[in-house]
Design a protein around this ligand. Structure first.
Ligand SMILES: Cc1ncc(COP(=O)(O)O)c(C=O)c1O
Length: 386
């Protein structure tokens, strides 16, 4: 990679994170400890909820998997989710032993369509797993209405939506569980990491046991200076705990969550204006009474309008030293799901079309104005020059 290449999704890291990580290294306490507890506390405050309903884990995928199990979902159950998401959303359902059922998206918002959810409900349906795509909240009034009528659990995939709000309520606090990711490209990063927020304390107590082998006491208390504590394995759990090394980054990232959001909003608006006369499809403005998380800025490249295909556009942008992303090919495009579930992309036409046309542009809070100009210049060169 050349030194001028603009990396897609490169996080905005500052000295505070670096010093906190070094402090952990020097302290000798790398694993789950006081910094994880602090990060959980800070996250709970940010979400306006009690710390007893929050648990940090080592990825967003782990958050989804544990939420499924804690929600009591398992073999014989069906879970409805969106056809346009990262594979981890669907894999978490499969890992819990349940059957994923895909619903197509709304072509404008790119979020799961409530009417599609309704049409997929069967006597086996146990849960809905909406994804607030790109940071735009799903239609939570409709989704919660469907869930209440059919007595379904709701597990929100909030990997894109730390900051998002819908009618004044924060993403992750609608359903029984909200699952966040702090992967390197996300709005708040810990390298790898995730967070679960739950409606009730009992569920989080179970999640915490499941996240550390099913042990009744966590390792921090076991090795603290309070004296040795025996632990007992109460169920067959996983190794999903977050380390202090990870939380060290998260604590400082979370302090700048508002500032970084403002910068991404600025870049997002800049892109919106810059591309107004290009024959590309821009994302719709955020819906009234909602807060968009501005995690992704996506353009749709329709070859019939632009004269250039999405995949050629991706290559041309890379040649211009701009890193780009695709979020995502629709789930039924992948061979595993075709082979195991027989899914066909054309049965989810909106997700298929958008998955084949979408391109994500760099949107990190760390971008300079000059870099944003470079991205805009490259997009115009690829489209107008084609
Ligand atoms: C929509 C969505 N769900 C789940 C995940 C999984 O999160 P993680 O990579 O932290 O496991 C991601 C991110 O990678 C994602 O974008």
């Amino acid at each position: 990679m050349g030194k001028d290449f603009l990396i897609f999704g490169s996080p905005a890291i500052e000295e505070a994170e670096i010093e906190e990580v070094v402090d952990s290294l020097r302290s000798g306490w790398l694993g789950t400890g006081p910094k994880v507890a602090r990060f959980e506390n800070d996250f709970a405050k940010y979400k306006g909820i009690d710390e007893s309903v929050v648990a940090a884990v080592n990825s967003g995928t782990a958050a989804l998997h544990l939420s499924m199990i804690a929600a009591g979902i398992g073999p014989g159950d069906e879970v409805i989710t969106t056809a346009l998401t990262f594979c981890a959303t669907v894999n978490a359902i499969i890992h819990a032993g349940a059957m994923p059922v895909l619903a197509d998206i709304d072509a404008q918002t790119m979020n799961i369509h409530p009417a599609e959810i309704r049409s997929k409900i069967t006597p086996k349906t146990r849960a809905i797993l909406p994804v607030h795509f790109a940071g735009r909240c799903c239609d939570m009034d409709s989704i919660m209405g469907i869930a209440n009528r059919h007595n379904l659990k709701v597990i929100e995939d909030c990997a894109h939506s730390v900051e998002s709000e819908y009618k004044g309520k924060k993403a992750g606090t609608f359903g029984d569980f909200g699952c966040f990711s702090f992967y390197v490209t996300k709005n708040v990063i810990t390298g790898e990491g995730g967070m679960i927020v739950a409606k009730n304390e009992k569920d989080i107590a179970r999640v915490k046991v499941l996240a550390l082998h099913g042990m009744s006491k966590d390792a921090w208390r076991r090795f603290s200076d309070e004296g040795y504590k025996h632990y007992y394995v109460t169920e067959c759990g996983f190794k999903y705990n977050m380390m202090d090394l990870q939380a060290a980054m998260g604590i400082h990232q979370l302090r700048r969550v508002g500032k970084n959001w403002l910068r991404r909003q600025e870049i997002w608006n800049y892109y919106q204006q810059a591309f107004v006369y290009l024959p590309v499809i821009r994302p719709p403005e955020s819906e009234p009474n909602t807060k968009h998380g501005y995690h992704l800025y996506t353009l749709l490249i329709d070859k019939d309008r632009t004269g250039i295909s999405r995949d050629v556009f991706l290559n041309e942008m890379t040649k211009q030293n701009i890193g780009v992303g695709v979020h995502y090919l629709s789930i039924p495009e992948h061979p595993y799901y075709q082979e195991v579930f027989g899914w066909k992309p054309e049965n989810y036409p909106n997700a298929m079309r958008i998955g084949r046309q979408t391109v994500s542009l760099p949107l990190s809070a760390k971008l300079t104005n000059r870099e944003v100009e470079d991205v805009i210049f490259a997009v115009k060169a690829c489209i107008v020059g084609s």
